[in-house]
Design a protein around this ligand. Structure first.
Ligand code: ADP
Ligand code: MG
Length: 257
């Protein structure tokens, strides 16, 4: 057999055997995310050298599952897989419509998800280039997004701030404000779902994730979304003991719509 084909075959077998292992041990994340398209997509990403092994679930969300992957050169990556069956197409459609970068006219659910994944990838690329602390995007294909793994060298993922509040909330808040300002003024995006669920605590530094719904400032809904994001943060960090207000944050970020 051609050695390349043999290697690809081996990877396919690995992904399949991982699936079997999961089916037995972690029924919750088992079959449903590994539909035929997802398997083919993972197989393609494996053949392109992006992932070698899928290594356990980090999170089972409403619409997506996040797993740890291991690359050929033994590095960890985060693999975010959108489930075609349970995605909220109305929401996706709403956010995609207002974005001048996307012209989605289709009613095809699979295509809407693919646009959604592309949107998350493009947003991450833009944020990363602007120097915002977000996972580095690696690649995306169909309903699968590969991004930098945020965690330690042993493959333990950094926890959302919701589960792991900062040791020093004031310091963490200041770092977060710097990220928020870059998010809006440099990347010219509004997150749209910013909360301590979507901020990871990586060694007491904030890493912002989950940017699929983030919108460009030109989007007519961006102002309202930024107001909501800031209100959420002010509420959450006031609870953690930070003294701040909506007006203070708004003035600091100083958005130009
Ligand atoms: N790059 C990453 N590195 C480590 N963990 C991650 C990464 N991205 C996401 N996670 C984990 O997966 C969870 C869900 O990811 P998220 O992008 O917020 O998707 P959802 O749409 O399900 O909220 C996060 O709360 C976090 O625990
Ligand atoms: Mg999230």
């Amino acid at each position: 057999m051609d050695p390349k084909v043999a290697k690809a075959d081996k990877k396919h077998a690995k992904i399949h055997s991982e699936k079997r292992r999961k089916d037995n041990s972690e029924r919750k994340t088992g079959n449903e995310i590994f539909d035929k398209i997802t398997l083919e997509t993972l197989y393609k990403l494996a053949n392109q050298g992006h992932i070698d092994i899928l290594n356990g679930a980090i999170s089972t969300g409403k619409e997506a599952n996040v797993l740890t992957g291991i690359t050929d050169d033994e590095k960890f990556v985060a693999v975010k897989i959108y489930r075609i069956a349970t995605s909220d197409f109305k929401k996706m459609d709403y956010y995609l419509k207002g974005d001048p970068r996307f012209n989605v006219k289709t009613k095809n659910k699979r295509k809407i998800i693919y646009s959604w994944v592309t949107k998350e990838f493009k947003n991450l690329t833009r944020l990363y280039a602007a120097g915002v602390n977000v996972p580095e995007p690696i690649t995306s294909a169909n309903n699968v997004l590969l991004i930098e793994f945020i965690g330690d060298e042993d493959g333990n993922p950094a926890q959302p701030v919701k589960n792991q509040p900062p040791e020093n909330p004031d310091e963490f808040w200041n770092l977060l404000m710097v990220e928020l300002k870059k998010f809006v003024n440099e990347a010219k995006l509004v997150h749209g779902d910013l909360s301590n669920y979507n901020i990871l605590n990586l060694n007491e530094k904030p890493v912002i994730i989950d940017v699929s719904q983030s919108v460009v400032l030109d989007n007519p809904i961006s102002k309202e979304l930024l107001e909501r994001d800031i209100n959420t943060l002010v509420r959450e960090y006031t609870k953690l003991g930070v003294e701040t207000s909506f007006e203070e944050v708004w003035e600091y970020v100083n958005p130009k719509f």
